[in-house]
Write a protein that binds this ligand. Sequence first.
Ligand code: DGY
Length: 326
Amino acid sequence: MKPKVILTHPMPEEWIAPLQREVDLIVGPAGVAGVDESLKPHFPEVEGLFTWLTDRVDEDLLSQMPRLKVVSNLAVGVDNIDLEACTRHGVAVGHTPGVLTEAVADLTFALLLAVARGIFSAAEDARSGRWGLWEAARWLGYELNGSTLGIFGMGKIGQAVARRGKAFGMHIIYTSRSPKPQAEAELGARRVPWETLLEESDFLSLHTPITPETRGIVDAAALKRMKPTAILINMARGAVVQTNALVEALQKGWIAGAGLDVTDPEPLPPDHPLYKLPNCLITPHIGSATHTTRRRMTELAIANLLAGLRGEPLPHCANPEVYTRQ
Ligand code: DGY
């Protein structure tokens, strides 16, 4: 008998065909966040769970799935999953690092350039007939060449962003748990304390995982420390930034602009003040959303899932301590 696996939401048939051949796949509904109640009758038999980053996996869910061996998350971030609870239950958690690095770094720069040059509001002016004449001092933006790019979280994605920054003639500074000698040697990147990062960055790009230390770290005090000409880019998780403080910072000119691929909450309500600010550009968590990358993430997630079902170590495991627990 094939092992029973829940895929929490539908995905393109051709992407999941390799999984369908190996398992008895139950697919949850589209358009809901979380593991839907309608899947509950399958919980007692399910051995594998294929989740999206909008699905919460916690003690309550795990205790209803006594045969579960593996959770495979279609994301590099695993903040939607209680890793400790999974380890306690002997459940390995898979994620998808590496394959999305370049796509996320590309979108970081798309946002950075779009906000720096006011592309969206200028294009909107052109489209809606507000482009009367060429004007010397209108639609002015900020230049990347010679500016300082500050990176918070210098993992794979942070370093890919730094490489792009270097190509644009930017000086790279970073704050990270550990030094990155290669980035320092190759890109001239300089590791600085968090306060210096805030004070010196013309562009501050967030790429840190969300942890108790980073949750809400970009608060009113942090934003006030930044340059009034600085632009904040958040590609990490929405809750790294305190949303109300950001609204105030943008309204009062503590900083010049923001580009957000992630928000807190996510999504923001459509009438949220951030959507009304011309100096704030928001995309709907699409950092990894390219044809190539989402396909590769799916392949990796399936490889993690199948390894977990076979009782083998996952190619990319977010809780490796599950293998050494007593
Ligand atoms: C991730 O993988 O964690 C990104 O946020 C979405 O691709």
